[in-house]
Write a protein that binds this ligand. Sequence first.
Ligand code: NAP
Ligand code: MG
Length: 404
Amino acid sequence: MSKIMMKTPLVEMDGDEMTRIIWKMIKDELLLPFINLKTEYYDLGLVKRDETDDRITMDAAEATKKYGVAVKCATITPNAARVKEYNLKAMYKSPNGTIRAALDGTVFRAPILVKGIDPYVRTWKKPIIMARHAYGDVYKNVEYRVPGAGTAELVFKNADGSESRQVIHEFKGPGVIQGMHNLDASIEGFARSCFAYSLDQKMDLWFSTKDTISKIYDGHFREIFEKIYENEYKEKFEAAGLEFFYTLIDDAVARVMRSEGGFLWALKNYDGDVMSDMMATSFGSLAMMTSVLVSPTGIYEYEAAHGTVQRHYYKHLNGETTSTNSVATIFAWTGALRKRGELDEIPELMAFADKLEEATLETIESGKMTGDLALITSIQNVEKLDTEAFILAIRETLEKKLGA
Ligand code: NAP
Ligand code: MG
């Protein structure tokens, strides 16, 4: 069987710990035997980031802008313990944060559904994709501990020197205050990414905020979404038979729980943070959740939603067997390869991505899976495999499907 050829390289961002090990296994066993894999490789492993004073992360982000599609392995976000462990020159920022800032993108998270791993919510039959705004609000706040009686005011100084003021609260005793902000440009980018991704996925778009209480702040999010929909996306949505639906967040939560799934749910930064953890858990496992960063101009970066699985990595270093789930990382690759195939018009590459996803799910459905899934599956007589054996089992299913 001849290997599938590629035209444009994928931007490949390698990462850290257990996911770095999985990364190599996936390439060796599931990709390189079948594809003439063309990538531009960036090592975002912490050692290389330290060597380059994190220049490598910016370079990878720039390459993503140039080529349009990237696939990323999970990476360590350094904290004090990591600075010590890796003897780092600095406490570098999160690579995901750096890339997100460079691409001005929105992160979409989608569960991978497989028979035998049942969502806790019985009505959910189709995936719910979450879109979380990634700028501002409480994540860029200014807080103040009010020591005692006094007046808190909200003051805005216009560029022309004039001022607008309003009283937040007349404190009779101690308390707390917080100031936060967002930007029209960022909310507009978020809205465009959501509309574009809905069209790409052929799914309805839901958006919810608390605009009954936060009339100006959340109300402005709603206005921007509605304006951009009317002016730029309404015709495309109607032509595709899709719906844009705005509702109060309380109502959205109730409807989501009763729904069958099968739509995209856009949320403000904090709402998306909290709801995506709930969603990942309800669908079964963090290791069965993919994540894609989409820029308003249509640049895509695919990854797994989980981290570097540090605890398993230390076991691995100790020579113990691990059973780390590679599904989300495999789906990051298939997402990127399918998108590359779509942009470069390589149907065989798109078909290969479909086959590899099917092979992965069929392997699990046949009872062969990693330990995290073995614990929660409704399938009987499960064979719990180690990290490598699971990938080899997928290869076997894939070869059968490809007739190799
Ligand atoms: P994590 O890597 O997501 O792992 C947390 C726990 O979830 C694991 O210990 C494991 O539970 C389970 N788990 C996650 N992925 C799994 C998989 N593929 N297969 C089986 N079990 C899985 O989070 P963390 O341990 O808090 O973070 C480790 C490092 O990842 C940190 O340095 C953090 O900065 C980084 N991180 C990176 C990203 C990213 O690059 N996108 C995202 C999040 C975190 P058990 O141990 O119980 O088996
Ligand atoms: Mg969270």
